[in-house]
Design a protein around this ligand. Structure first.
Ligand SMILES: Cc1ncc(COP(=O)(O)O)c(C=O)c1O
Length: 396
Protein backbone atom coordinates (compact mmCIF):
# COMPACT_ATOMS: atom_id res chain seq x y z
CA UNK A 1 0.00 0.00 0.00
CA UNK A 2 1.28 3.48 -0.83
CA UNK A 3 1.39 5.59 2.36
CA UNK A 4 -0.87 8.63 2.19
CA UNK A 5 0.64 11.89 3.34
CA UNK A 6 -1.62 13.69 5.83
CA UNK A 7 -1.59 17.41 5.17
CA UNK A 8 -0.27 19.57 8.00
CA UNK A 9 -2.88 20.96 10.39
CA UNK A 10 -1.47 24.47 10.24
CA UNK A 11 -3.81 25.91 12.89
CA UNK A 12 -2.69 23.26 15.34
CA UNK A 13 0.95 23.82 14.47
CA UNK A 14 0.53 27.54 15.13
CA UNK A 15 -1.36 27.01 18.37
CA UNK A 16 1.55 24.90 19.55
CA UNK A 17 4.08 27.58 18.58
CA UNK A 18 3.94 30.55 20.98
CA UNK A 19 6.09 32.73 18.70
CA UNK A 20 3.46 32.68 15.95
CA UNK A 21 1.41 35.23 17.88
CA UNK A 22 4.37 37.63 18.06
CA UNK A 23 6.17 37.57 14.72
CA UNK A 24 6.01 36.57 11.10
CA UNK A 25 8.99 34.30 11.25
CA UNK A 26 10.72 33.79 7.90
CA UNK A 27 14.08 33.00 9.46
CA UNK A 28 13.73 29.25 9.84
CA UNK A 29 17.06 28.71 8.10
CA UNK A 30 18.57 30.73 10.96
CA UNK A 31 16.59 29.25 13.83
CA UNK A 32 12.93 28.17 13.79
CA UNK A 33 10.36 29.11 16.38
CA UNK A 34 10.34 26.48 19.10
CA UNK A 35 7.13 24.50 19.64
CA UNK A 36 5.67 24.29 23.15
CA UNK A 37 6.60 20.63 23.88
CA UNK A 38 10.25 21.40 23.10
CA UNK A 39 10.16 24.49 25.28
CA UNK A 40 8.53 22.50 28.11
CA UNK A 41 11.19 19.79 27.92
CA UNK A 42 13.98 22.35 27.93
CA UNK A 43 12.68 24.49 30.76
CA UNK A 44 11.56 21.43 32.71
CA UNK A 45 15.07 20.08 32.82
CA UNK A 46 16.63 23.43 33.74
CA UNK A 47 14.11 23.69 36.52
CA UNK A 48 15.00 20.21 37.73
CA UNK A 49 18.73 21.06 37.66
CA UNK A 50 18.07 24.08 39.84
CA UNK A 51 15.96 22.05 42.26
CA UNK A 52 18.03 18.89 42.76
CA UNK A 53 21.42 19.56 41.13
CA UNK A 54 22.74 19.20 37.61
CA UNK A 55 24.31 15.76 37.91
CA UNK A 56 21.34 14.41 39.84
CA UNK A 57 18.89 15.82 37.28
CA UNK A 58 20.89 14.16 34.48
CA UNK A 59 20.75 10.81 36.32
CA UNK A 60 17.03 11.18 36.78
CA UNK A 61 16.59 12.10 33.08
CA UNK A 62 18.69 9.15 31.90
CA UNK A 63 15.90 7.72 29.73
CA UNK A 64 15.03 11.07 28.14
CA UNK A 65 18.71 11.70 27.36
CA UNK A 66 19.07 8.25 25.83
CA UNK A 67 15.86 8.73 23.89
CA UNK A 68 17.50 11.50 21.84
CA UNK A 69 19.68 8.83 20.18
CA UNK A 70 16.63 6.74 19.33
CA UNK A 71 14.85 9.78 17.93
CA UNK A 72 17.88 10.71 15.80
CA UNK A 73 18.17 7.12 14.59
CA UNK A 74 14.52 7.19 13.48
CA UNK A 75 15.04 10.54 11.78
CA UNK A 76 17.97 9.26 9.74
CA UNK A 77 17.14 5.57 9.34
CA UNK A 78 20.27 4.49 11.21
CA UNK A 79 21.23 2.70 14.44
CA UNK A 80 21.41 4.63 17.72
CA UNK A 81 25.07 3.63 18.11
CA UNK A 82 25.86 5.55 14.94
CA UNK A 83 24.74 8.87 16.43
CA UNK A 84 26.80 11.42 18.37
CA UNK A 85 25.09 14.43 19.93
CA UNK A 86 27.37 17.44 19.89
CA UNK A 87 27.21 21.24 20.14
CA UNK A 88 26.16 22.13 16.60
CA UNK A 89 26.42 21.05 12.98
CA UNK A 90 29.82 22.64 12.46
CA UNK A 91 31.37 20.77 15.36
CA UNK A 92 29.72 17.56 14.14
CA UNK A 93 31.06 18.05 10.63
CA UNK A 94 34.53 19.00 11.93
CA UNK A 95 34.78 15.97 14.19
CA UNK A 96 34.15 13.75 11.19
CA UNK A 97 36.27 15.65 8.69
CA UNK A 98 39.33 16.08 10.91
CA UNK A 99 39.21 12.37 11.75
CA UNK A 100 39.86 11.45 8.12
CA UNK A 101 43.49 10.82 7.23
CA UNK A 102 44.77 12.89 4.29
CA UNK A 103 48.16 12.86 2.62
CA UNK A 104 49.88 15.00 0.01
CA UNK A 105 48.13 14.61 -3.33
CA UNK A 106 44.89 13.23 -1.90
CA UNK A 107 41.82 14.85 -3.44
CA UNK A 108 38.79 16.24 -1.62
CA UNK A 109 35.84 16.72 -3.98
CA UNK A 110 33.17 19.24 -3.17
CA UNK A 111 30.56 21.49 -4.79
CA UNK A 112 30.33 25.17 -5.60
CA UNK A 113 27.80 26.08 -2.91
CA UNK A 114 30.01 24.80 -0.08
CA UNK A 115 29.47 26.30 3.34
CA UNK A 116 32.24 28.61 4.60
CA UNK A 117 33.13 26.70 7.75
CA UNK A 118 33.49 23.45 5.81
CA UNK A 119 35.61 25.01 3.10
CA UNK A 120 37.86 26.74 5.67
CA UNK A 121 38.48 23.30 7.17
CA UNK A 122 39.35 21.93 3.70
CA UNK A 123 41.83 24.77 3.30
CA UNK A 124 43.42 24.16 6.67
CA UNK A 125 43.84 20.44 6.02
CA UNK A 126 45.08 21.10 2.50
CA UNK A 127 47.72 23.45 3.91
CA UNK A 128 48.77 20.98 6.58
CA UNK A 129 48.86 17.84 4.45
CA UNK A 130 49.22 18.81 0.79
CA UNK A 131 45.78 17.39 -0.04
CA UNK A 132 44.00 19.27 -2.83
CA UNK A 133 40.44 20.57 -3.03
CA UNK A 134 38.61 20.06 -6.31
CA UNK A 135 35.34 21.88 -6.80
CA UNK A 136 32.97 20.10 -9.15
CA UNK A 137 31.14 22.37 -11.58
CA UNK A 138 27.39 22.86 -11.54
CA UNK A 139 25.03 21.47 -14.13
CA UNK A 140 22.47 23.54 -16.01
CA UNK A 141 20.19 23.67 -12.93
CA UNK A 142 22.90 25.11 -10.69
CA UNK A 143 23.29 21.91 -8.71
CA UNK A 144 26.45 19.83 -8.53
CA UNK A 145 26.99 18.03 -11.84
CA UNK A 146 26.84 14.34 -11.02
CA UNK A 147 28.23 13.55 -14.46
CA UNK A 148 31.31 15.73 -13.92
CA UNK A 149 31.74 14.28 -10.46
CA UNK A 150 31.78 10.74 -11.81
CA UNK A 151 34.12 11.69 -14.63
CA UNK A 152 36.76 13.15 -12.33
CA UNK A 153 37.08 10.18 -9.98
CA UNK A 154 40.46 8.52 -9.60
CA UNK A 155 42.21 6.64 -6.84
CA UNK A 156 43.49 9.87 -5.27
CA UNK A 157 39.97 10.91 -4.26
CA UNK A 158 39.69 10.34 -0.51
CA UNK A 159 36.48 12.23 0.25
CA UNK A 160 33.35 13.58 -1.39
CA UNK A 161 31.83 16.31 0.79
CA UNK A 162 28.58 17.98 -0.18
CA UNK A 163 26.35 20.67 1.29
CA UNK A 164 22.87 19.24 0.74
CA UNK A 165 20.93 22.51 1.02
CA UNK A 166 23.24 25.52 0.92
CA UNK A 167 22.76 28.40 3.32
CA UNK A 168 22.26 30.93 0.52
CA UNK A 169 19.22 29.83 -1.43
CA UNK A 170 16.66 27.33 -2.61
CA UNK A 171 19.04 24.84 -4.17
CA UNK A 172 18.76 21.22 -3.08
CA UNK A 173 21.82 19.34 -4.28
CA UNK A 174 21.19 15.82 -5.65
CA UNK A 175 22.64 14.12 -2.58
CA UNK A 176 21.31 10.65 -3.42
CA UNK A 177 22.95 10.64 -6.83
CA UNK A 178 26.21 11.93 -5.34
CA UNK A 179 25.98 9.23 -2.67
CA UNK A 180 25.63 6.55 -5.35
CA UNK A 181 28.75 7.80 -7.11
CA UNK A 182 30.67 7.81 -3.83
CA UNK A 183 29.39 4.37 -2.78
CA UNK A 184 30.15 2.80 -6.19
CA UNK A 185 33.71 4.08 -5.97
CA UNK A 186 34.14 3.19 -2.27
CA UNK A 187 34.88 6.82 -1.35
CA UNK A 188 33.59 8.20 1.99
CA UNK A 189 30.67 10.60 1.53
CA UNK A 190 30.27 13.40 4.09
CA UNK A 191 26.94 15.18 3.83
CA UNK A 192 26.23 18.53 5.45
CA UNK A 193 22.50 18.15 6.11
CA UNK A 194 22.32 21.17 8.39
CA UNK A 195 19.66 22.94 6.33
CA UNK A 196 17.89 19.86 5.00
CA UNK A 197 17.26 18.06 8.32
CA UNK A 198 13.69 18.85 9.36
CA UNK A 199 12.71 20.16 5.92
CA UNK A 200 12.56 16.84 4.08
CA UNK A 201 12.81 13.12 4.76
CA UNK A 202 16.40 11.94 5.15
CA UNK A 203 17.56 8.35 5.10
CA UNK A 204 21.28 7.72 5.33
CA UNK A 205 21.08 4.52 3.27
CA UNK A 206 19.07 6.13 0.48
CA UNK A 207 21.47 9.10 0.58
CA UNK A 208 24.51 6.84 0.62
CA UNK A 209 25.89 9.05 3.39
CA UNK A 210 28.74 7.65 5.46
CA UNK A 211 28.95 10.75 7.63
CA UNK A 212 26.22 13.34 8.11
CA UNK A 213 25.95 16.49 10.20
CA UNK A 214 22.82 18.34 11.31
CA UNK A 215 21.75 20.95 13.80
CA UNK A 216 18.82 21.24 16.16
CA UNK A 217 17.73 24.86 15.94
CA UNK A 218 16.97 25.22 12.22
CA UNK A 219 14.24 23.22 10.49
CA UNK A 220 14.15 20.65 13.29
CA UNK A 221 12.86 23.38 15.60
CA UNK A 222 14.92 22.32 18.59
CA UNK A 223 16.93 24.51 20.95
CA UNK A 224 20.19 26.25 20.05
CA UNK A 225 23.61 24.86 20.87
CA UNK A 226 23.05 21.22 19.99
CA UNK A 227 23.47 19.14 16.85
CA UNK A 228 24.30 15.65 15.71
CA UNK A 229 26.76 13.59 13.76
CA UNK A 230 25.93 10.31 12.06
CA UNK A 231 28.81 7.90 11.44
CA UNK A 232 28.25 4.72 9.45
CA UNK A 233 29.16 1.74 11.60
CA UNK A 234 31.57 0.39 9.01
CA UNK A 235 33.68 3.55 9.35
CA UNK A 236 33.50 3.85 13.13
CA UNK A 237 36.48 1.64 13.94
CA UNK A 238 38.65 3.35 11.37
CA UNK A 239 38.09 6.91 12.58
CA UNK A 240 40.00 8.43 15.48
CA UNK A 241 38.32 11.71 16.52
CA UNK A 242 40.56 14.81 16.50
CA UNK A 243 39.77 15.53 20.18
CA UNK A 244 39.31 12.99 22.92
CA UNK A 245 38.28 13.10 26.54
CA UNK A 246 37.28 10.68 29.25
CA UNK A 247 33.85 10.21 27.71
CA UNK A 248 35.09 9.51 24.18
CA UNK A 249 37.75 7.13 25.48
CA UNK A 250 38.67 5.30 28.69
CA UNK A 251 42.10 5.81 30.23
CA UNK A 252 43.19 2.21 30.80
CA UNK A 253 46.93 2.37 31.59
CA UNK A 254 49.80 4.85 31.88
CA UNK A 255 50.42 4.60 28.13
CA UNK A 256 47.00 3.59 26.85
CA UNK A 257 43.41 4.56 26.27
CA UNK A 258 40.54 2.76 24.60
CA UNK A 259 38.10 4.52 22.34
CA UNK A 260 34.41 4.01 22.83
CA UNK A 261 33.10 1.56 20.24
CA UNK A 262 30.11 3.72 19.27
CA UNK A 263 29.72 7.13 17.65
CA UNK A 264 29.83 8.80 21.05
CA UNK A 265 33.59 8.74 20.67
CA UNK A 266 32.95 12.00 18.76
CA UNK A 267 31.22 13.64 21.73
CA UNK A 268 32.68 15.24 24.81
CA UNK A 269 31.64 14.68 28.36
CA UNK A 270 30.11 18.00 29.32
CA UNK A 271 27.03 18.97 27.40
CA UNK A 272 23.85 20.96 27.74
CA UNK A 273 21.52 18.25 29.01
CA UNK A 274 18.39 20.37 28.72
CA UNK A 275 19.20 21.06 25.06
CA UNK A 276 19.96 17.42 24.41
CA UNK A 277 16.67 16.25 25.90
CA UNK A 278 14.72 18.96 24.09
CA UNK A 279 16.46 18.08 20.82
CA UNK A 280 15.05 14.56 21.13
CA UNK A 281 11.60 16.00 21.74
CA UNK A 282 11.99 18.27 18.70
CA UNK A 283 12.90 15.32 16.49
CA UNK A 284 9.87 13.37 17.74
CA UNK A 285 7.76 16.43 17.10
CA UNK A 286 9.09 16.75 13.53
CA UNK A 287 8.47 13.06 12.88
CA UNK A 288 4.99 13.41 14.34
CA UNK A 289 4.01 15.85 11.58
CA UNK A 290 5.62 13.61 9.00
CA UNK A 291 8.56 14.84 6.98
CA UNK A 292 6.86 14.09 3.66
CA UNK A 293 4.00 16.40 4.59
CA UNK A 294 6.41 18.99 5.98
CA UNK A 295 8.45 18.94 2.78
CA UNK A 296 5.37 19.25 0.59
CA UNK A 297 4.11 22.26 2.52
CA UNK A 298 7.50 23.96 2.72
CA UNK A 299 8.00 23.65 -1.04
CA UNK A 300 4.52 24.95 -1.74
CA UNK A 301 4.92 27.94 0.59
CA UNK A 302 8.36 28.75 -0.82
CA UNK A 303 7.01 28.71 -4.39
CA UNK A 304 4.12 30.96 -3.34
CA UNK A 305 6.65 33.33 -1.83
CA UNK A 306 8.84 33.26 -4.95
CA UNK A 307 5.79 33.95 -7.12
CA UNK A 308 4.84 36.87 -4.87
CA UNK A 309 8.35 38.30 -5.09
CA UNK A 310 8.34 37.95 -8.89
CA UNK A 311 5.46 40.43 -9.05
CA UNK A 312 7.46 43.11 -7.21
CA UNK A 313 9.47 45.58 -9.26
CA UNK A 314 13.20 45.96 -8.54
CA UNK A 315 13.39 42.54 -6.85
CA UNK A 316 15.77 39.86 -8.14
CA UNK A 317 15.40 36.27 -7.01
CA UNK A 318 18.62 34.27 -6.72
CA UNK A 319 17.45 30.71 -6.05
CA UNK A 320 18.89 27.91 -8.14
CA UNK A 321 18.09 24.24 -8.38
CA UNK A 322 15.97 21.63 -10.00
CA UNK A 323 14.43 20.91 -6.61
CA UNK A 324 14.01 23.92 -4.34
CA UNK A 325 13.82 24.16 -0.59
CA UNK A 326 12.15 26.59 1.81
CA UNK A 327 15.05 29.03 1.56
CA UNK A 328 14.25 31.99 -0.66
CA UNK A 329 16.94 34.56 -1.42
CA UNK A 330 16.59 37.84 -3.27
CA UNK A 331 18.01 41.33 -3.51
CA UNK A 332 16.45 44.67 -4.33
CA UNK A 333 17.79 47.47 -6.47
CA UNK A 334 16.66 50.21 -4.16
CA UNK A 335 17.87 49.15 -0.71
CA UNK A 336 20.70 47.23 0.94
CA UNK A 337 19.75 43.83 2.34
CA UNK A 338 20.61 44.82 5.91
CA UNK A 339 18.38 47.90 5.71
CA UNK A 340 15.50 45.79 4.35
CA UNK A 341 15.98 43.25 7.11
CA UNK A 342 15.89 46.00 9.72
CA UNK A 343 12.84 47.67 8.22
CA UNK A 344 10.98 44.34 8.09
CA UNK A 345 11.95 43.66 11.68
CA UNK A 346 10.32 46.91 12.71
CA UNK A 347 7.13 45.58 11.11
CA UNK A 348 7.33 42.32 13.07
CA UNK A 349 8.74 40.25 10.19
CA UNK A 350 11.94 38.22 10.63
CA UNK A 351 14.32 37.49 7.78
CA UNK A 352 18.10 37.24 7.67
CA UNK A 353 20.87 38.48 5.42
CA UNK A 354 22.97 36.02 3.47
CA UNK A 355 26.43 37.51 2.96
CA UNK A 356 28.72 36.41 0.10
CA UNK A 357 31.51 35.18 2.37
CA UNK A 358 29.41 32.29 3.73
CA UNK A 359 29.33 30.70 0.28
CA UNK A 360 32.27 32.47 -1.31
CA UNK A 361 32.76 30.29 -4.40
CA UNK A 362 29.11 30.43 -5.36
CA UNK A 363 28.84 34.12 -4.53
CA UNK A 364 31.83 34.98 -6.69
CA UNK A 365 30.74 32.77 -9.58
CA UNK A 366 27.29 34.36 -9.60
CA UNK A 367 28.39 37.84 -8.45
CA UNK A 368 25.92 37.71 -5.61
CA UNK A 369 25.39 40.72 -3.40
CA UNK A 370 24.28 40.60 0.23
CA UNK A 371 20.90 38.89 -0.15
CA UNK A 372 17.73 38.90 1.90
CA UNK A 373 16.99 35.35 3.00
CA UNK A 374 13.36 34.53 3.75
CA UNK A 375 12.99 30.92 4.85
CA UNK A 376 9.60 29.34 5.46
CA UNK A 377 8.45 26.42 7.56
CA UNK A 378 5.21 24.45 7.62
CA UNK A 379 3.71 26.63 10.35
CA UNK A 380 3.97 29.74 8.16
CA UNK A 381 0.88 30.71 6.19
CA UNK A 382 -0.14 32.09 2.83
CA UNK A 383 -1.51 35.14 4.68
CA UNK A 384 1.90 35.79 6.17
CA UNK A 385 3.42 35.59 2.70
CA UNK A 386 0.90 38.11 1.44
CA UNK A 387 1.65 40.45 4.32
CA UNK A 388 5.36 39.99 3.71
CA UNK A 389 5.09 40.93 0.02
CA UNK A 390 2.85 43.91 0.76
CA UNK A 391 5.18 45.21 3.46
CA UNK A 392 8.18 44.70 1.22
CA UNK A 393 6.60 46.54 -1.69
CA UNK A 394 6.02 49.55 0.57
CA UNK A 395 9.64 49.50 1.69
CA UNK A 396 11.24 49.41 -1.74
C1 LIG B 1 24.72 24.65 5.09
C2 LIG B 1 25.13 24.87 6.51
N1 LIG B 1 26.02 24.06 7.07
C3 LIG B 1 26.42 24.20 8.34
C4 LIG B 1 25.93 25.23 9.11
C5 LIG B 1 26.44 25.38 10.51
O1 LIG B 1 25.52 24.97 11.45
P1 LIG B 1 25.77 25.28 12.99
O2 LIG B 1 25.62 26.77 13.12
O3 LIG B 1 24.76 24.51 13.75
O4 LIG B 1 27.16 24.87 13.31
C6 LIG B 1 25.00 26.11 8.58
C7 LIG B 1 24.48 27.21 9.40
O5 LIG B 1 23.89 28.15 8.95
C8 LIG B 1 24.59 25.94 7.24
O6 LIG B 1 23.70 26.75 6.67
Amino acid sequence: MIPITQPIDVDKARRETPGCSHVVHFNNAGASLTPQPVLDAYLGHLHQESRIGGYEAAEQAHDELEHTYDAAARLLGCHRDEVAVVENATRAWDMAFYALPFQAGDRILTAQASYASNYIAFLQVARRTGAVIDVIENDEYGQISVEKLRATLDDRVKLIALTHVPTNGGLVNPAEAVGRVANDAGIPFLLDACQSAGQMPLDVDALGADLLSATSRKFLRGPRGVGLLYVRRRLLDTLEPPFLDGHAATWTARDRYELRPDARRFENWESNKAAKIAFGVAIDYALGWGLEATWERIQSLAETLRNGLRTLPRVTLHDLGRVRSGIVTFSTESREATAVKQALREQGINVSVSSPSWTLLDSKARRLPDMIRASVHYYNTEDEIERFCETLSELL
